[in-house]
Design a protein around this ligand. Sequence first.
Ligand code: C6P
Length: 404
Amino acid sequence: MLDIQKIRSDFPILSQKVNGKPLVYFDNGATSQKPQVVIDAITKYYSEINANIHRGVHTLSQLATDAYEASRKKIQTHINAKFAHEVLFTSGTTHGINLVTNGFASILKPGDEVLVSALEHHSNIVPWQMLCEKTGATLKVVPMDENGELIMSKYDKLLSEKTKVVTVNHISNALGTINPIKYMIEKAHEVGAAILIDGAQAAPHLKPDVQELDCDFYTFSGHKICGPTGTGILYGKEEWLNKLPPYQGGGEMIKEVTFEKTTYADLPHKFEAGTPNIAGGIVLGTAIDYLNEIGFENIQKQEKELLEYGTKRLLEIEGLKIYGTSKEKTSVISFNIDGIHPYDIGTIIDKQGIAVRTGHHCAQPIMNFFCIPGTIRASFSFYNTKEEIDLMVEAVKKAQRMLS
Ligand code: C6P
C-alpha cells in the first residue's frame, strides 16, 4: 500500500491554498505536478554542470553530455527500446508526432491512406491532415461507439494495402479509454502499414514496452510524468528512423557540411538539431526514477480506486452524465450536468480550490460525436485522495444549486 500522505509531502505545490482553500489538483491530464527531487535536480544542473553538450572537450561539457546520454539510456530501459539511439529527445508529444509526419511527407503519394482514430487529440489529427494535404494521401477515421470505444470491426475493414500509416492514442485524454493498441499494431503490420502510438496519456499510468508492443513509433510528454515542461520522447524503430529524413537542419545533426552537400549524423543526432533542452532531458530521467521508485503497479492500484470511487460519488449527483464508459479505462472522468455549461461549473468549483479542466480538451471531434460543447474533466494521479474527491463532489453539488 502506498503511503499517500508521505507521497503528497514530496510535492510542495499540493500543500498550497488556492482561493483560500486547500488545492485539490484534478487536472493531471493537462500536466502533472512536480516532486521536490525534480525541482532540486533542475537547480542542481544549473548550479553545478550547466554547459552545452556533444561539443566541448572541457569538463563541464563532458559532465553535461554524460548526464544527458545517461538519461537517454535510462529512458531506453524504461520503455524497453532495443537501442538507446531509438530514443529521441523532443519538446513533447506534439513535437514527436510532427517529426514523424514531416518524415512521411517524402514517403506518401496520392492514393495512399492514413488511418487516424476518432478518439484523437488535435495533436494527433492536424499534423496528419497537413501531411495528407501536402502529399495527396487520404485521411480515414476509425469510428468510436457511445462508450468511447473504437470499433475494431470497422478498423479491420478500413485497413488495406493502401494504408501506409495508422495513428492512435494509447489512452484518450478526453474520455480515458484505453485502446486495444496491441491488436491494432498487429493488424496494421499485416497490411504493411507503420503505426504510431500517442502515449501522452498512457506514460503517467504505465510503463510502455515498445518491443513487446512492436509499435513503430511511440511518443509521450515529460511534463505529464512529473518531469519538466518542454520535454518529451519519441521512440522510433531503428529501421524507420533511418528511413525518415531529418526534421530540422542545423548544428549537431550533420556529419559534414559543404556548400555543395551535407551528410547527416547517425541516430539519434540526425533528429536532434540545435542545442536541446539539456536540463529538461536530464531531469526527465530523474522524474522517471521517481515514478519507478513508487512503482507503476502501485500507481495503477491507487488510480483504479480513485476512478471507481470518483465514478460512484459523482453518479450520486442528479442529472450528471459521464462520457467515456469503456471497459478498459484510466483515471479520467469526463462529465456534464443537465442544463449547465461545463465552464460555469469549472469556474465556480475553482473558487473552492478545485482544479479541473473544462472545454473540448483539444478533442473537438469527440465533443461533436456526443453533440456537446465540452465536458468537465477530473483526471486523477496517484497523489490524489478519496477525501479530495469528496471535496469535489460537494463543490459540484454547490455549483449545481447555485446555477439551477
Ligand atoms: N493533452 C490535456 O489536457 P503536448 O501538449 O505536446 O505535451 O501533448 C499533446 C497531447 C497529445 N496527445 C494527447 C493524447 C494528449 O492528451 C496531449 C495533451 C493535454 O489533455 C493538454 S491539451
